[in-house]
Design a protein around this ligand. Structure first.
Ligand SMILES: C[S@@+](CC[C@H](N)C(=O)[O-])C[C@H]1O[C@@H](n2cnc3c(N)ncnc32)[C@H](O)[C@@H]1O
Length: 436
């Protein structure tokens, strides 16, 4: 006879059997629940990815799918990981004596080999870069030692005065990122040969971008007249302009050990900055009209000169420099070119579009914005659309699709035809519910 339970008087063996049956059922239920959650998550991910593809109308083949556990892309989740794409080999082994800015010591040379761990074929990542004369190098100040930084720093040339770290190029800053405009001498396979550098050997490089004066130099964005105005600003006020200020802020560091000779003012003129070269070219003209004519001629030449010259000519001040592997023609400014860029930047194969508004869209824009703002908004919309913001995929494969974009407070709907973009609808931006 089996024992009975003291509480309920039931057969304990039977009770144990019932408990084990219930345990098995719970286990099954748990497994079913797990598999349902997994299926649901997978389903959610595929819906999400389908929606994204529909929105973008563009399957992104290069994008690695996010892991099943993270429906949001890693960067959006704040999972910011940077991997060096290569390490600098340079003639400077320690911080002391390393130029404080790239323009200070022209011949300072370096090599940067793109890591195979980043690209299977690192040389592929460099195709086209040989057409540029200068590149931005974004790097880590890995030898900063203790990772400390202060809101205010003392640039050596300010002789003890403190200024905000963000008004300087101090290495001691949150994130310890450095930015150098280096000259690109040549590319051989997976290795970039640079000069005009201020980085020590072993510096981890995070990124490389071509220097494009049209984007990177504010002078290049101004109309010729504006440029002439600036260049003719009386000296006192010019001294307070950004150009002059840039020169002071360029060479800072709150670490006295990093300080070095201050007799580099001549070398400070950046070849990448045409306005400084113009100043240098016309320093002694007393006759304002003469200066004006000279500058105008220079600016016109700069805007229209499509002379071609070999890289050897471009870098005539660097006798040892050999032409790049793929020799290309560079636009140059008379005898001396300051920087060279790929031809397609100035003359892209994609032509700009005529932008139209339907009467309905015009009315809508006027309805929710005051006149002055609606004109501004219309100009901004024209700017965006005339540059054809569509991806190549969209341009070639989804021509008939509507195109949506948001500009400040307006949601804009448009479509594209042969050589034009037409705005169909302009609505106030809807309040979007933040995604969880
Ligand atoms: C004032 S910083 C300017 C760097 C860059 N042009 C910029 O504006 O971000 C240049 C100085 O940083 C120091 N430096 C260069 N490479 C470094 C590295 N990898 N880690 C720490 N300091 C470095 C050298 O002393 C050099 O003189």
């Amino acid at each position: 006879m089996s024992p009975l339970c003291d509480c309920c008087g039931d057969d304990i063996n039977k009770l144990n059997q019932q408990i084990s049956v219930m345990r098995k059922e719970i286990k099954n239920l748990r497994q079913m629940l797990d598999s349902a959650v997994r299926g649901h998550r997978k389903h959610m991910l595929s819906i999400q990815s389908a929606v994204t593809k529909m929105e973008l109308c563009e399957p992104d083949k290069d994008q690695t799918p996010p892991p099943a556990s993270s429906p949001q892309p890693a960067l959006e989740q704040g999972n910011i990981q940077t991997v060096p794409i290569g390490y600098i080999t340079s003639c400077f082994s320690v911080k002391n004596g390393t130029p404080r800015q790239p323009t200070i010591c022209g011949p300072s040379r370096a090599e940067l080999r793109i890591e195979q761990s980043v690209f299977n074929n690192p040389e592929h990542a460099l195709v086209g870069l040989e057409q540029y004369s200068h590149v931005w190098i974004i790097f880590l100040f890995h030898k900063n030692g203790h990772l400390s930084y202060k809101a205010k720093v003392k640039p050596p040339r300010l002789n003890g005065q403190r200024v905000g770290v963000y008004s300087t190029r101090s290495p001691h800053r949150p994130n310890a990122l450095g930015l150098t405009l280096a000259r690109l001498d040549k590319i051989v396979g997976d290795t970039i040969h640079l000069s005009n550098i201020d980085m020590i050997a072993g510096t981890p490089v995070l990124d490389i971008k071509p220097y494009i004066p049209e984007y990177d130099n504010p002078d290049s964005r101004m109309s010729s007249d504006e440029r002439v105005d600036i260049l003719n600003t009386p000296k006192d006020s010019a001294d307070q302009s950004g150009l002059k200020r840039e020169r002071r802020d360029d060479d800072d560091d709150d670490d006295d050990e990093d300080d070095f000779s201050r007799d580099n003012s001549e070398a400070d003129i950046s070849v990448a900055d045409p306005s400084q070269l113009v100043r240098a070219q016309f320093p002694l003209h007393k006759d304002l009209q003469g200066v004006l004519e000279g500058v105008k001629a220079y600016v016109t030449q700069q805007d229209h000169c499509q002379l071609t010259c070999s890289r050897e000519d471009t870098f005539s001040d660097s006798p040892k420099t050999k032409p790049p592997v793929a020799a290309v023609d560079h636009p140059c400014h008379g005898e001396e070119a300051h920087s060279a860029i790929a031809g397609w930047i100035r003359e892209p194969p994609v032509s700009s579009l005529e932008v139209r508004f339907t009467p309905q869209a015009e009315r809508e824009l006027a309805e929710f914005l005051p006149t002055n703002l609606s004109e501004e908004a219309a100009a901004a919309i024209r700017g965006v659309l005339s540059a054809d913001p569509r991806s190549v995929y969209r341009r070639t494969r989804c021509r008939d699709r509507l195109f949506f974009f948001t500009l400040d407070t307006a949601d804009i709907t448009c479509w594209f035809g042969q050589g034009f973009a037409e705005v169909l609808q302009v609505r106030p931006v809807e309040q979007h519910i933040a995604s969880v």
